[in-house]
Unconditional design. Structure first.
Length: 107
C-alpha cells in the first residue's frame, strides 16, 4: 500500500490558496511526525495541521530541495509543466499549512 501525501496552504476562511503534491514524501513518516498523532488511521484517510519545521524534516527525509529541483528539471525535459517550487509556495502568506495522507491502492 502506498500513502500519498499532499500539502496545502490555507487562507483564514479555510479556502485552499495553493496545493503541492508531495511526490517523494512517505506517508508513514508524516504520521509518525505530526503531533498529536492521528487517531483515525488504520486505515482511513487523514488530514491535519503541519508546521514549517515539520515540512523541512519531511523534505530532508525525501531527498531535500535538490531532489525536488531534479524532478522539476526532468519534467521540463519531457515537456511536462513542472511542479511548483515548494519554497516559493511557502513564501506566500497563508493562514495555515495542512497536510493530507491518503491510501493509494495498486492496480
Amino acid at each position: 500500500m502506498a500513502l500519498g501525501v499532499d500539502l496545502y496552504g490555507m487562507d483564514a476562511d479555510g479556502a485552499v490558496r495553493w496545493h503541492w503534491m508531495s511526490r517523494f514524501w512517505d506517508g508513514h513518516d508524516v504520521l509518525k511526525l505530526v503531533d498529536p498523532a492521528p487517531s483515525q488511521p488504520w486505515w482511513g484517510d487523514w488530514e491535519g495541521p503541519i508546521t514549517r519545521e515539520q515540512i523541512e524534516i519531511l523534505r530532508e527525509k525525501a531527498g531535500g530541495r535538490q531532489r525536488e529541483a531534479d524532478f522539476r528539471a526532468s519534467q521540463r525535459q519531457f515537456g511536462v509543466k513542472p511542479d511548483a517550487d515548494l519554497d516559493e509556495l511557502l513564501a506566500a502568506p497563508v493562514h495555515e499549512l495542512r497536510i493530507s495522507v491518503e491510501e493509494w491502492g495498486y492496480g
